[in-house]
Ligand binder design. Structure first.
Ligand SMILES: Cc1cc2nc3c(=O)[nH]c(=O)nc-3n(C[C@H](O)[C@H](O)[C@H](O)COP(=O)(O)OP(=O)(O)OC[C@H]3O[C@@H](n4cnc5c(N)ncnc54)[C@H](O)[C@@H]3O)c2cc1C
Length: 373
């Protein structure tokens, strides 16, 4: 049977676009389908834009591997293609003695993950590098940074288009049917076409896309939870009082804690928190301001309540349940479910932005195997 396209990718976030850039090589028909009017309108433009080093994730997890690989790849891409970035560095601070053993555990985990430039700072060294931050010890991560995620997505689009890929906006996928070795994909307006390879990178809706092809998302462990993350901007010139990203010791297993990020213009914000919600709604709840303040003041004594203003929110597509065990990225060719050529990417929460070029390379390898065998 012949198919109208070789590869179809659902979702024009940083993951779908990275994959499109990777697989479009001038010889394959590649389509990206996006329900919104343009790219990157969901999680990929509602995050901290941090290039993570890969400290927090369990050894041998895909998150650890994709993050450390993605970190190195991103700095190289940014440098080579003029994508805005700053290698600011990050400090994880123990506010008191009770947090020091957790800090040491994080240092060991980070090193096991291959983040070899991590080092411990004493109280004195912390005072030297960040004189306005209060704490008794800290980890310094020089390879953590920030980037312009819009510019990264624009670069992926250009590379995908140079390789012959097309992006169709206002194209919501509502039906998928397995036919022969491939799939028939149906759009909201009734238009349908066939594809040999189908890649699900639909972010917050990726569990729903898996169900369209007949996978029981709950039984497969693919059901997503919405982990809302809100941000408060910090005004009154307080951004001049820190130079790096400042994180607390993680308060919970699934949460790295409310931290300080800086953007490329030097603006400072606090966040994100983690609140499980039932629906996608990006409003920032001002009643969270006190909790943000209480959490941040432990490390940043110069903050005043009125410095904080509600800014924006994003929603993590989380496989991990509230209080549940760690869940890794699902990046899987589903041939053993009787779905050859169908690749699922589910639960691509943080560090998905950092990992995006490494995930793209990994999925590119799967696609090559499908098309060449
Ligand atoms: C608060 C927060 C902070 C974060 N901070 C960081 C960070 O600092 N560093 C980091 O590395 N990562 C961070 N992340 C994670 C990172 O943002 C995500 O991992 C990444 O953006 C996921 O990209 P994506 O392409 O999978 O999803 P998305 O950007 O959500 O893209 C999915 C796309 O699929 C489309 N789509 C869905 N359903 C359909 C359909 N039926 N038909 C057609 N199109 C469809 C959507 O419209 C959307 O455009 C953060 C996430 C959050 C929420």
């Amino acid at each position: 049977m012949s198919y109208e396209t070789d590869i179809t990718i659902i979702g024009a976030g940083v993951i779908g676009l990275g994959i499109a850039a990777q697989v479009a090589n001038g010889k394959r028909e590649v389509y990206v389908l996006e329900k919104n009017e343009t790219f990157g309108q969901e999680t990929s433009s509602r995050n901290s834009e941090v290039i993570h080093a890969g400290i927090y994730y369990p050894e041998d997890s895909l998150k650890a591997r994709m993050c450390t690989e993605g970190n190195a790849m991103l700095y190289e891409l940014c440098e080579k293609h003029g994508i805005g970035y700053k290698r600011l560095g990050k400090i994880i601070v123990a506010a008191d003695e009770t947090e020091v053993s957790d800090l040491e555990m994080l240092l060991r985990r980070g090193k096991r993950n291959g983040v070899l430039d991590l080092r411990m700072l004493s109280t004195r060294e912390l005072k030297e590098v960040e004189p306005n931050v209060k704490g008794i010890a800290a980890i310094f991560s020089p390879s953590t940074g920030i980037l312009d995620s819009y510019a990264l997505m624009t670069y992926f689009i250009q590379r995908a288009k140079d390789g012959g890929a097309e992006i169709a906006y206002k194209s919501r996928v509502v039906g998928i049917e397995k036919i022969g070795d491939g799939y028939r994909v149906t759009m909201e307006d009734g238009f349908s076409f066939t594809t040999l390879v189908l890649i699900n990178s639909a972010g917050l809706h990726s569990d729903g896309i898996a169900e369209l092809v007949g996978i029981d998302a709950s039984r497969a462990g693919y059901k997503l939870h919405y982990g809302k993350g809100e941000y408060f901007s910090v005004g009154h010139g307080k951004n001049r009082l820190v130079k790096r990203l400042i994180y607390p010791v993680p308060p919970k297993r699934e949460d790295v804690g409310i931290h300080v990020t800086l953007d490329l213009e030097g603006r400072m914000r606090l966040g994100p928190n983690l609140r499980y919600v039932d629906r996608i709604d990006y409003a920032v709840d001002d009643s969270q301001r006190q909790a943000f303040y209480n959490s941040a003041i432990r490390l940043l004594p110069f903050l005043e309540y009125n410095d904080l203003e509600p800014e924006m929110a994003g929603i993590r597509p989380q496989l991990q349940q509230p209080g549940g065990d760690f869940r890794d990225f699902v990046i899987r060719h589903e041939y053993d479910r009787g779905l050859p050529g169908f690749i699922n990417l589910i639960g691509i929460d943080s560090p998905g932005l950092t990992a995006s070029p490494a995930i793209a390379r990994y999925v590119g390898g799967m696609v090559d195997e499908i098309l060449f065998c």
